[in-house]
Design a protein around this ligand. Structure first.
Ligand code: ADP
Ligand code: ZN
Length: 435
């Protein structure tokens, strides 16, 4: 693949120059927030800060954090920094972890967000010759609108499919020769599975790349999707609070996602103490939006856990990279006192040759947590004897015990019996919360 960039000067900018740009934008943004968001201004005042105390990136750590709870408390207009008459768009979170958050955009905010998505599409080889099928949900969810806008900016022929109606997705994919597919990784896996069922081979479609994000997925799942669709699968990351997808994107090197740090200044902190951690250490990702006008969050705690690294990338980009967030701090289940992430279970299943179709069910019986994992048999691993099934289950139990340090009950269930997701997959049913 020849090297392509959407905004080369920014994407390959030397670090010192990027830092100077970030510092200049940070000072301006802090002033904008101070002048227009009384809530954040009072948080700064509580710390004895004024905008004059923030002279560059080196002062970032002085600013107070914003948390999801602040956003929920200030719903809907409390963090708005522009008059509503200057806003042209509202988007909202998927509500995966509670009350939805609404975010506001000026036309300029929409433009810059779409630029970020255009960088992502270009990084996977997208050009005006491509046909880009956007199968993320459209509407309040940011996935569809974000990638749609990015695809237009690149000049791809855009198929605004939205999610769902898989038969029609496949028909359009085939008839119109889609070359890039954008959707959640769980929906990509489902499309791959459906193509196979319909008798298509991976080489029958014209797809070359997929841009999959909005939920955690493992390297094993990447390989599975790449095989079933005959493509290269790339990660993309974002959240409604910081605009949407395109905050970070993977390049041809597939070794973590470049953060669009001219717009989003990233830090990693210790989630317990709030202390800023050095590059290379694992912790909670915090973003400061440097250019957003309507909803300019400063030091927003994402609750996503990952690692940042700055170094030379084969693609030529100098933008700092983040690892895949392997779950958010609030995805983490505490089962019998042990921390467990769904991604760990997924990694075991895929390494044992199962599909990523599983569901975790937690309950509490006699004050003890019960931990069940339902796993679909794949058609080629289907056992029709009780003994065969029990042996396969035992093998999975042991592999999970090794990975997690606690023992789940594993139940192999019939192929296709776990509901498929067209958006973000529902991996955990926690009945303990209902008691
Ligand atoms: P919600 O918090 O309701 O799901 P969003 O739709 O804004 O709202 O989702 C943003 C969240 O989705 C991120 O904070 C992160 O946890 C998750 N996410 C987005 N992209 C990725 C990705 N590529 N890998 C892992 N998680 C992701
Ligand atoms: Zn790169």
């Amino acid at each position: 693949m020849s090297k392509q960039y959407y905004q080369k000067e920014i994407e390959t900018m030397p670090y010192e120059q990027m830092r100077a740009l970030q510092s200049e934008r940070l000072c301006r943004q802090v002033r904008h927030v101070w002048d227009n968001v009384p809530y954040y201004r009072s948080l700064m005042e509580e710390k004895g800060l004024t905008p004059d105390d923030i002279r560059g990136v080196e002062d970032l750590h002085k600013l107070p954090f914003l948390k999801k709870d602040d956003l929920r408390d200030q719903y809907p207009y409390g963090l708005l920094a522009k008059p509503l008459s200057d806003c042209v768009r509202i988007q909202s979170t998927s509500g995966t972890t509670g009350r939805r958050v609404v975010a506001f955009y000026t036309q300029n905010d929409v433009d810059l967000w779409e630029d970020c998505c255009a960088r992502a599409i270009t990084a996977v080889g997208g050009t005006r010759e491509d046909v880009c099928q956007v199968a993320y949900g459209y509407g309040l969810f940011t996935g569809g609108p974000g990638l749609n806008g990015g695809s237009h900016k690149v000049g791809c022929l855009t198929l605004p499919m939205s999610s769902g109606n898989t038969d029609r997705q496949i028909q359009f994919m085939m008839d119109l020769g889609a070359t890039i597919l954008c959707c959640t990784p769980s929906y990509a896996a489902y499309i791959g599975e459906t193509l196979k069922e319909k008798g298509y081979k991976p080489e029958d479609n014209k797809l070359k790349a997929g841009i999959f994000g909005a939920e955690p997925w493992t390297e094993e799942m990447r390989r599975d999707i790449e095989k079933s669709l005959g493509i290269k699968a790339y990660d993309i990351y974002g959240l409604t609070e910081t605009s949407g997808p395109g905050v970070a994107f993977e390049c041809e090197d597939q070794s973590g996602m470049h953060i669009n740090e001219d717009h989003f200044l990233a830090e990693i902190i210790d989630p317990d103490t709030g202390e800023v951690l050095p590059e290379g250490e694992k912790g909670e990702l915090v973003f400061t939006a440097l250019t957003k006008e309507a909803f300019p969050l400063l030091r927003y705690r994402t609750r996503d856990i990952c690692v940042l690294t700055r170094g030379k990338c084969a693609c030529g980009r100098t933008l700092i990279k983040m690892t895949k967030p392997m779950g958010r701090s609030d995805d983490m289940m505490i089962i019998r006192g042990v921390n467990v992430f769904p991604s760990q279970i997924e990694a075991v299943l895929l390494s044992e040759g199962y599909s990523p179709n599983y569901q975790i069910v937690l309950d509490r019986v006699n004050n003890t947590d019960t931990f069940d994992v339902n796993v679909e048999m794949t058609p080629d691993r289907f056992c029709d004897t009780v003994k065969g099934t029990q042996e396969a289950e035992k093998k999975l139990v042991n592999a999970m015990l090794n990975m997690l340090g606690i023992r789940p009950n594993v139940h192999l269930v019939a192929p296709k019996s776990i509901a498929r997701s067209e958006g973000k997959a529902v991996r955990v049913i926690d009945k303990r919360k209902l008691h």
